[in-house]
Design a protein around this ligand. Sequence first.
Ligand SMILES: Nc1nc2c(ncn2[C@@H]2O[C@H](COP(=O)(O)OP(=O)(O)OP(=O)(O)O)[C@@H](O)[C@H]2O)c(=O)[nH]1
Ligand SMILES: [Mg+2]
Length: 464
Amino acid sequence: MFSPDDTIVAIATPPGRGGIGVIRISGAEAHRVATALLAGQRRLEERRAMFGRLAGVVSGGIGDEVVVTFFPSPHSYTGENVVEISAHGSPVVLRLIVEQAIAHGARLAQPGEFTLRGFLNGKRDLVQSEAVADLIDAVTPLQARTAFDQLEGSLTQRISRIDASLFDLVAKLEASLDFPDEGYHFIEPVAIASSIAGVVSEIDALLIDAQRGRMIREGATVVIAGRPNVGKSRLFNALAGADRAIVTDIPGTTRDLVTERIDIDGLAVTLVDTAGVRDTLDVVEREGVARGDRARSVADLVLTVLDASDALTDDDTRLLTETTTRPRVVVLNKMDLATQSVTAPGGEVRQRLESTGIDTRTIVPISAATSRGLGDLRGAIVQSLTGREALRDTAAISNARHIALLDRARTHLDAARTSALDQAPEEFVLSDLQSAQQSFAEIVGRHTTDDLLAHIFERFCIGK
Ligand SMILES: Nc1nc2c(ncn2[C@@H]2O[C@H](COP(=O)(O)OP(=O)(O)OP(=O)(O)O)[C@@H](O)[C@H]2O)c(=O)[nH]1
Ligand SMILES: [Mg+2]
């Protein structure tokens, strides 16, 4: 992978222009490289912002004014010597500084290399390193809070508690194996089984929230579907809080997929508006309908929209039947125009709805025009995606990699528990317990492969 001995440099602030741009240099030579860039070549004081001037970095001899901070090892982000140079946030100036640093012996950092070095130097474990990327990528406050908790070590601590109880058990079994003729020696099989059950229930406590955690971290795709003119685009705009999709009273207005990233009560949602579903000879519209079909098939949730001011048509029924087996919310739009409730008892529409297998009580009545019912709809979306009405709390676990490893640990623990109860040889129990330990080690990164590290850190941007 990367050579950990080089001194690396990169622009740490986002691409583009800004008031300030920051360059980060890390490695044994960081101090030497940084002072070589500065006019006057003073020694940098530790952990103090120092004003300085670049030694004619910009062509024509204009040395930008900068503020330089030196973080000596090990008290830095990477655990190495780090120098941060804050300059005016011009991409040209920043690039020239990087080039100069390279000319003085630094190497351009790979994506995630600063964070990787922090991990390799024990500043953060793997869970916390991944949380750095999640925090940077967060688009909702809840995502940011969840990532921040993990960065602070909330998950790390829970994992290490579980790991510690396992360690104790493994130690006793290993000691017991030293006396092979006497069977279970330091601990009774029943006691082993009950200790394992305790560990499993702690894992389950984490996993029970995993689906919600993943939703928080990864967000969800919600597709709005319905026949033409039921108000999909108007609903899309209302939820997005912006006039994004074209709305007209001509059926077949929307031809393409329109997407917008929105925050629904803390959940990062990619909302997709689609062309109205109907048979049509229009080539463009047909392609639009086909795209809508594909969008529905990969959606985490489908909002099936009906028109409350109109009778149910065959297109409605077909779509309702098609989406029955999918996670969906049925939305009854245009309630402001409805002369009587479409779902009124005994009504013809209600009967047709029920014939498609819908519990009419689960239908969410709204008006995209007046915004009535939109709060309920947001609630129904969150409930359907996460199984909870509101998402106020952060989730302890949210990363698919951690969830998969915890699942694996749990499987091994179940096997170990069964072996113990069956009074199988201690080696059997021990081997499964050790496999479970291995999973925990992989979560926090005590045991990793280069492939895994490359996979995790290439997600970062350069400069992180
Ligand atoms: N009164 C009222 N009119 C609505 C409501 N929602 C949509 N409309 C109107 O219904 C018409 C169709 O709305 P659109 O949002 O374009 O419908 P659509 O489902 O996207 O239609 P296509 O793109 O053709 O599939 C427009 O004239 C909207 O202003 C509502 O809740 N109340
Ligand atoms: Mg539309």
